[in-house]
Write a protein that binds this ligand. Structure first.
Ligand SMILES: Nc1ncnc2c1ncn2[C@@H]1O[C@H](COP(=O)(O)OP(=O)(O)OP(=O)(O)O)[C@@H](O)[C@H]1O
Ligand SMILES: O=c1[nH]c(=O)c2[nH+]cn([C@@H]3O[C@H](COP(=O)(O)O)[C@@H](O)[C@H]3O)c2[nH]1
Ligand SMILES: NC(=O)CC[C@H](N)C(=O)O
Ligand SMILES: [Mg+2]
Length: 538
């Protein structure tokens, strides 16, 4: 089965556990070159495609540590261009006979790199061509080269790092001490482009236009002439784009299922149903399982328990639906209709960040919270997985959505977590509490849209607190619950900052919520960034 790296020129990024490894991938893709991340311990013989170039990432380790990770040394014999970044540079030196030592002072933050002229002439190395004589860059290291490996020459230096950038005399091997992948290195993007385009000579064909056609034929190959697919669809961007792609590929052999778990936003099930069936022509069934979910959630306050109950109940509902689809097809066949293919596949909207997390060289990070659709899903499931968005970042998924003619408001939707309002009601969940939150949340989002702020915010929602506060309304004492408002800006939701609202918008929202939502007499605004907080409250 053809994979993406067989179809597009690919840059392989070997991850040594840096916080920024995924950013290197993004910088390549932004230049329309496909890039894929693999753990640094991957053996070259196990890589079943030929990358056009390799980038070695940074790392929290020091190359001379006893347990430091090292690259398969055959990588240097492949004859393809290699760029080492920070630890990557140190790793090249460590492998090829240079020396790395601890510096006197850790260097963290901005630095000026001077670009060296080559061979006494006016020209600079191809890696720095057109980038000027000096460049502001961002550093984060405690080690540096004290001796470059033989047959390398210096192509850039800083006040404190005489070997801040190196190139091999005859082979396409490069190393830089700074981090071009972070936005604090303003011309870093151009440098990565130089490596990927001028040195590796990659074609710039990684576009969603190219991807669509190739992916649709790949899905058709996988599913064969008759295979059928079911998919959980939430009305969120990822599952909608995946569903539309599936529909383009195999039409009615794809069955989308949305579960009303009783903790959706106001009118969500109905809106998603209309959008998918009417606007996108996708065959969607809404299953009302709100009773089942709410009864299982009764009296539960612990966040992890809420998440687990919801995750498991999703699977139960889902398996039941798959069985129903099969039974219906069997009935039709008995009545003389042409036999239908089996439901062999389960569509998942997995994105690249989920994959990166699971292949990260550092191994799985500490569990902060269990996202409902990760883990557990497949233990004794007969369905095989199909994940068309597995290699894509969220912005790529959005671009794909636009190309598939998914309406813009849907493509730009803020993410909404599968456990829904259950993780935004901080106390026990009851139908009444759900109603209060749905109402407050819909006012909040409506006012954000009216103020034309929706697209400036990455995610906004209301949270219902289990505490009561005293207020006064029409000369009467009130003793009611509190709503907290959350709005964040974020690139990838790994980190986030709170959104600065114009005061009049907040005033309007607060006034409407306290006036219109029975049971609420107070509204607060959450001014915590992630970290130390998270986006959701539970
Ligand atoms: N109410 C639901 N009914 C059916 N499937 C759901 C529901 N909620 C979540 N899912 C499934 O869980 C997956 C993960 O949810 P997640 O919120 O991460 O993605 P999304 O809803 O597709 O997109 P977004 O992140 O933009 O909300 C979805 O892609 C979908 O397959
Ligand atoms: O589908 C989901 N299932 C979940 O269980 C879940 N938990 C958090 N989120 C979303 O993930 C992003 C980061 O949220 P946190 O900072 O709270 O982890 C935010 O966009 C959250 O809305 C979830 N999405
Ligand atoms: N950012 C990095 O790759 C750091 C590499 C190594 N740990 C150092 O301190 O120099
Ligand atoms: Mg969602």
């Amino acid at each position: 089965m053809a994979e993406i790296h067989d179809q597009f020129d690919t840059i392989l990024i070997l991850d040594f556990g840096s916080q920024y490894s995924h950013l290197i991938t993004r910088r390549c893709r932004e230049r329309n070159v496909y890039a894929e991340l693999m753990p640094c311990t991957t053996l070259i013989k196990d890589i079943n495609f030929k990358p056009k170039g390799i980038i070695l990432s940074g790392s929290p380790y020091s190359v001379y540590d006893k347990d430091a990770p090292h690259v398969d040394p055959t990588v240097f014999k492949l004859g393809i261009p290699i760029l080492g970044i920070c630890y990557g540079l140190q790793e090249i030196a460590w492998n090829l006979g240079g020396e790395v030592t601890k510096c006197d002072h850790r260097e963290y933050g901005f630095a000026e790199i001077q670009i060296n002229k080559i061979g006494g002439g006016e020209s600079v190395d191809a890696l720095f061509e057109g980038l000027g004589e000096e460049m502001q860059v961002w550093m984060s290291h405690g080690d540096q080269l004290s001796q470059p490996p033989p047959d390398f020459h210096v192509i850039g230096h800083t006040k404190t790092a005489p070997y801040a950038a190196l190139a091999h005399n005859t082979k396409p091997l490069y190393g830089i001490q700074f981090h071009p992948e972070v936005t604090h290195s303003p011309r870093g993007k151009e440098l990565i482009a130089k490596f990927v385009l001028s040195i590796c000579k990659c074609r710039q064909n990684w576009t969603m236009e190219e991807f669509i056609g190739k992916e649709i034929s790949r899905i058709r190959d996988i599913c064969g002439q008759r295979g059928r697919v079911i998919g959980a669809v939430s009305g969120g961007v990822d599952s909608t784009v995946a569903a539309k792609l599936m529909h383009e590929a195999i039409g009615d052999r794809f069955h989308a299922i949305m579960v009303d778990n009783g903790v959706l936003r106001l009118n969500e099930a109905q809106q998603v149903n209309e959008m998918l069936n009417r606007d996108l022509g996708v065959n969607l069934t809404v299953v009302d399982a709100s009773e089942l979910f709410l009864s299982r959630l009764e009296g539960i306050e612990d966040p992890e328990q809420k998440r687990k109950i919801i995750g498991n109940t999703f699977i139960n509902v889902f398996e039941e639906e798959a069985a129903k689809i099969e039974a219906a097809a069997d009935e039709e066949a008995k009545a003389g209709a042409a036999a239908k293919g089996r439901v062999e596949w389960l569509l998942q909207g997995t994105l690249y960040p989920d994959v990166i997390e699971s292949i990260s060289f550092k191994g799985p990070s500490a569990t902060i919270k269990t996202h409902h659709n990760v883990g557990g899903l497949l233990k004794d499931m007969k369905l095989k997985l199909i994940e068309p968005l597995r290699e894509l970042f969220k912005d790529e998924v959005r671009a794909l959505g636009r190309l598939l003619s998914i309406p813009v408001p849907l493509v730009q939707r803020h993410p909404f977590p599968g456990p829904g309002l259950a993780i935004r009601i901080l106390g026990p969940i009851t139908r009444d509490q759900v109603k209060i939150l749905q109402h407050a949340d819909s006012i909040y989002i409506e006012e954000i849209r009216k103020a034309n702020l929706y697209d400036q915010i990455s995610q906004a929602f209301a949270v219902l607190l289990p505490v009561k506060a005293v207020g006064v309304m029409g000369d009467q004492r009130t003793y009611e619950q509190v709503i907290a408002l959350r709005a964040v800006q974020s690139e990838d939701f790994m980190t986030a900052d709170w959104f600065v609202f114009p005061a009049d918008v907040l005033r309007r929202i607060s006034s409407r919520i306290t006036n219109e939502v029975a049971g609420i007499n107070r509204v607060t605004y959450d001014i915590s960034s992630k970290p130390p907080a998270t986006v959701e409250w539970l």
